[in-house]
Design a protein around this ligand. Sequence first.
Ligand code: SF4
Length: 167
Amino acid sequence: MSSVRTKPKVGVSSCLLGQAVRYNGGHKRNQTVIDLLSDEFEAVPVCPEVEMGMGIPREPVHILSGNKRLVGVESGKDWTEAMHSFNYEKLEELAQLNLSGFIFKTRSPSCGIQAVPVNPKTSETTSGLFALAFMKHYPHIPVIDEEKLQDKQSRENFIARLRREEV
Ligand code: SF4
């Protein structure tokens, strides 16, 4: 009798895989991310902004200093509640997949883990709204962003946690 071994699943901001989902129709393909996810793990791409219906291309958004609203850079259109609704449904959906980790896009107002600039610019920074909801909902699932992944020691620690090894 043969058994099929399933690969551990890892969530990833879709643009890092080369998917053209950014506000300007571009991507942020990252070879380190692709290499990490190619053999041992199965990538689960997520683009919060596209999946919640913002479209491609779209007006870029930023987070306002103080009230932390997610709004259009030019129009001021407020996407905060739509993002919260998306987060609620998406996090329930991801629960079915038993993710081993998540690789987020750096500094995005939706996907950034930390150090996301606010507007107007101050010394204050924040987290992207989807990444923040993910980390609150799944505090034990390891997360990293693609910049931190360039650091060898951080990358090895993250991979060890994906494999559920002691680190
Ligand atoms: S950073 Fe997140 S929201 Fe922005 S394009 Fe990439 S996956 Fe989509």
